[in-house]
Design a protein around this ligand. Structure first.
Ligand SMILES: [Zn+2]
Ligand SMILES: [Zn+2]
Length: 132
């Protein structure tokens, strides 16, 4: 009499696929500085335009979010500044046209990179001071 060998097999657990709807092009951009794929959604900002890792950006906005600038030069973070009310901003400097723009810092921006920017004037002052 053939017994149904109904041993309890471990059911293969379906792999959780991490590719969500956020993985497609259109809501991410490739950083011009460090080649990181940067998702446009970020805490604390409606439209992120700079890399959270190296803080580089592209000159695509005349006013933040409008994408009306035709320059498309690489913008590097020049400095940080604070608006009334304690909002931190990055000052970006375009390497192509020399334009400046300020952009709100996102919640996941690299704190170390921001610190380096904030400390830059101090470091330069120390370097230019006579050693003694
Ligand atoms: Zn980057
Ligand atoms: Zn530019």
């Amino acid at each position: 009499m053939p017994r149904n060998n109904a041993s309890t097999r471990n059911p293969q657990r379906a792999k959780t696929v991490l590719h969500g709807p956020g993985g497609e092009r259109g809501d991410a951009f490739r950083c011009v500085g460090c080649r990181l794929d940067v998702p446009l959604m970020a805490a604390g900002t409606a439209h992120r335009n700079h890399c959270p890792h190296c803080l580089s950006s592209l000159h695509v906005d005349r006013t933040p979010g409008d994408r009306r600038a035709t320059c498309r030069g690489r913008m590097t973070a020049l400095s940080v500044t604070v608006r009334d009310g304690g909002e931190w901003l990055i000052v970006h400097h375009c390497q192509r046209c020399g334009g400046l723009s300020v952009n709100r810092i996102a919640g996941d921006d690299n704190a170390l990179a921001l610190m380096r920017l904030a400390m830059r004037p101090l470091r330069m002052a120390r370097q230019s001071a006579p050693a003694g």
